[in-house]
Design a protein around this ligand. Structure first.
Ligand code: SIN
Ligand code: FE
Length: 287
């Protein structure tokens, strides 16, 4: 479930056998755990380890690497710029590491986020509550089968980030697929036209959203489906396909996260992608 990767440097070259082990484990649905890789903050940046740097509305502060625009921070002026620079530096280091460690040629760097709010005290609707086991599916950003890969760093000085990691994707899909209803015809078209989504959702996107919601809403599943507790201590990183690995964030504060998207064709074993698993189980194309 957890594959320990003993990197001590953000920059390669990395050992070929280690790289082969990393991609195999990642695609199999393991969380790659880097216990000896810390993202270092400068002394000046330590002021950002404060929940008040968030605006209190969104879950995360996010930075769009293509525009440099930061959202959901309460900071202004020089302080806002310095926070954006810290998040951007993390994103660049994460992207360089992913590029060096994994064999993928085309990895799209999406948003970078800073998560300064205590996971524990948050209160959200069930659907938005990431303390419940779920796979990631984006309501407004159709993936059309593309993968969601996320690189995390715990930058809290002394709090571990605590997760639960659940059963294999296929077991989860087999259990919930018969229970989810199709979205109404025309919904994906309308949402695209209204600008609710960036582009049109495929059947795959609709199914993934339904599976995400159904799993979170099922309290028996939340209580008793197989899962394992994992602690990510301060000063470590981890990397995981969050569209495949059932996860829940139970506790912690001050994490950084970089999201990547990639085509299934980039994978060493495309058959392990959620879209391929769902197509096999449904017996039809979903994209
Ligand atoms: C999530 O992706 O569900 C949240 C993970 C985290 O913030 O630790
Ligand atoms: Fe998630």
């Amino acid at each position: 479930m957890l594959e320990t990767v003993p990197l001590t440097s953000w920059t390669g070259p990395y050992d070929a056998a280690l790289k082969a082990r990393a991609v195999a484990a990642l695609e199999r649905g393991a969380v790659l755990f880097f216990p000896d890789l810390a993202f270092a903050l400068s002394d000046a940046e330590k002021i950002f380890l404060d929940a008040k740097v968030a605006d209190g509305k969104a879950k995360n502060i996010s930075l769009d690497p293509s525009t440099g625009k930061m959202q959901a921070s309460s900071l202004t002026g020089d302080k806002a710029q310095a926070l954006a620079a810290m998040i951007a530096r993390f994103g660049s280091q994460a992207a360089a590491l992913v590029h060096e460690l994994l064999p993928y040629q085309n990895v799209e760097r999406a948003r970078t986020s800073f998560r300064p709010v205590q996971v524990k005290g948050r209160s959200y609707s069930k659907i938005n509550d990431d303390r419940l086991l779920h796979i990631d599916a984006f309501p407004s950003r159709p993936m059309r089968g593309r993968r969601i890969l996320r690189f995390f760093a715990n930058v809290a000085p002394d709090t571990p980030r605590r997760w639960h990691v659940g059963e294999p994707f296929e077991d989860f899909a087999r259990e919930f697929l018969p229970r989810v209803k199709p979205h109404w015809p025309g919904k994906s078209w309308l949402y695209d036209k209204l600008g609710v989504t960036h582009g049109r959702r495929s059947r795959y996107d609709e199914l993934m959203l339904s599976l995400h919601d159904a799993g979170k809403l099922d309290s028996a599943f939340q209580r008793s489906s197989p899962h394992q507790g994992v602690e990510f201590p301060p000063g470590c990183c981890w990397l995981v396909f969050t569209d495949q690995v059932l996860h829940a964030a139970l506790g912690g504060e001050f994490a950084l996260e970089q999201t990547f998207h990639l085509d299934v064709s980039e994978m060493a074993e495309p058959a392990r992608a959620p879209v391929k698993v769902l197509e096999r189980l449904c017996g039809k194309a979903l994209v």
